[in-house]
Each structure stands twice: as structure tokens, then as C-alpha cells.
Write a protein that binds this ligand. Structure first.
Ligand SMILES: C[S@@+](CC[C@H](N)C(=O)[O-])C[C@H]1O[C@@H](n2cnc3c(N)ncnc32)[C@H](O)[C@@H]1O
Length: 225
């Protein structure tokens, strides 16, 4: 069956065993470490993860910030995260089912975050440019956006050839899109390499970058002039 963009079915099916994959856990550790190094999370920050899945990254960031809004379209991935939150008595993570590729509901219009991050989710969003422009509205002036995703790949990273995804991103093109969305890229760094046997049976290396960007504080700019 042809999957649609942002179809939660695949992730609902995979949720129960998601954390069993050692490469996923290792990647999440690298992503969290890199975000912490570059964004320097603080206890007064409100953070947002879009595409939080089972919370592998969010549960590393949560102890360092005031709150995390963890958002995903898959109820089953969120159920795994909610169970971890309950078992560990975590009070500052709120898991919400929301499609971030669509304009958000009115209850979200007032929200803003000092830190917005994601891991391996951007390639699941069809309209990257439109999405970046929408998410930029949720970033506080001076806030940090940190997204981890695949560099341009051979189109064989995902096992299902029918799954609708971007085949990674060209760093220069993504930097331009971030600029267009009112964000100033700070850095790109390679943070992880998947060595995997792809669906053609060949072992290939797929690199993951972390891009960080900030929202220019216009008030600060005017003040400095
Ligand atoms: C590859 S998984 C990564 C999960 C998690 N970040 C991790 O590192 O384990 C992508 C996640 O993004 C979610 N997702 C896909 N499209 C989304 C959208 N439009 N809005 C919110 N979440 C989305 C999926 O349900 C899935 O949990």
C-alpha cells in the first residue's frame, strides 16, 4: 500500500519496538549531546520537540529545561513516551498529538519556545519551506532551533520504497530555507553515521547533521543601531 506523507500508521506499528534498535538509541544520545553543547539549555527555558516519537531525545533534554512540549502525530509513539513519563514521575514533559505540517490550532497561537529541536523528523514533512516558516513563529527572539536529519542520500535509506520522505537534505539549500523563514543558521555539524545494509543489500554510510539556527531579535537589532 502507498503510504501518504505524515501517515502515522507506520510509526504506530513500530512504536512498541522502537527503542529496541541500538542505532536509534545511539543516534538519540548523539543528537541530545550535540543539542546540549550548542544550545546550552537552561532551567528557565520552554522547549518543543516536534516528532518526539518515544522521547529518546526529549528525556535527555527535559532535566535541563523548565518544560518540554513533545509533539508527534503517532498516538502509539506518544503512548510509549507517556508510559515512561508516568513510570519515572517526570513532571515537566507534556506529550501532545499534533500534526506539525499543518497550521496549528488557536490554542497554540500564543505559545513560544526558547528551544525547538527535532531528530529525523524533518524528512517526513512534505513542504519543508512552509513548515520552517510556521515553526519559526514559535521560536522566541534569540531562541535556538536545532534539527538533526540526514544529509542527501541515495534514496535507499528507508526500507519501504513507497514511503513518502525527502531523501535527506542539501545543507546549502536548507540554510537558504532557514534564512527565508527568518532564521539565521549558526552551524552544521556531522553528528552521527548510520552504517546500514540498505534495501538494495549494500552496506552504505548515511550521515546525520545537526543544524542550529537562531531567530534574530529585531528589538535587540534596533537597540544596537
Ligand atoms: C523517524 S521518527 C523519529 C522519532 C524520534 N525523534 C527519535 O529520534 O526516535 C519520526 C517521528 O516524527 C513523527 N512525525 C512525522 N510527521 C510528523 C508531523 N507532521 N508532525 C509531528 N510529528 C510527525 C512520526 O510519528 C515519528 O514519531
Amino acid at each position: 500500500m502507498t503510504e501518504q506523507w505524515n501517515s502515522p500508521d507506520k510509526f504506530n506499528r513500530e512504536a512498541a519496538l522502537w527503542d529496541e534498535n541500538p542505532q536509534r538509541r545511539a543516534l538519540a544520545q548523539c543528537v541530545a549531546k550535540a543539542i546540549i553543547a550548542v544550545a546550552n539549555p537552561e532551567k528557565n527555558m520552554h522547549a518543543l520537540e516536534f516528532g518526539c516519537g518515544t522521547g529518546l531525545v526529549t528525556l535527555e533534554i527535559a532535566p535541563l529545561v523548565k518544560t518540554v512540549s513533545a509533539v508527534d502525530t503517532s498516538q502509539e509513539m506518544l503512548a510509549v513516551l507517556r508510559n515512561k513519563i508516568k513510570i519515572s514521575g517526570i513532571a515537566n514533559v507534556e506529550a501532545t498529538c499534533l500534526d506539525f505540517s499543518l497550521p496549528s490550532g488557536s490554542e497554540w497561537h500564543e505559545k513560544s519556545f526558547e528551544l525547538i529541536y527535532s531528530s529525523m523528523t524533518l524528512h517526513h514533512i512534505d513542504d519543508t519551506e512552509g513548515f520552517l516558516s510556521r515553526i519559526s513563529n514559535f521560536l522566541s527572539p534569540g531562541g535556538i532551533l536545532a534539527f538533526a536529519d540526514l544529509d542527501l542520500e541515495d534514496g535507499l535509506f528507508h526500507d519501504d520504497p513507497l514511503e513518502k520522505v525527502h531523501h535527506g537534505f542539501d545543507r546549502g539549500t536548507l540554510a537558504e530555507m532557514l534564512n527565508t523563514a527568518g532564521l539565521q543558521p549558526i552551524s552544521f555539524e556531522t553528528i552521527y553515521t548510520f552504517n546500514k545494509t540498505n534495501r538494495s543489500g549494500k552496506t552504505a554510510a548515511y550521515t546525520v547533521f545537526l543544524v542550529t539556527a537562531t531567530k534574530i531579535d529585531n528589538k535587540q537589532l534596533q537597540h544596537n543601531v
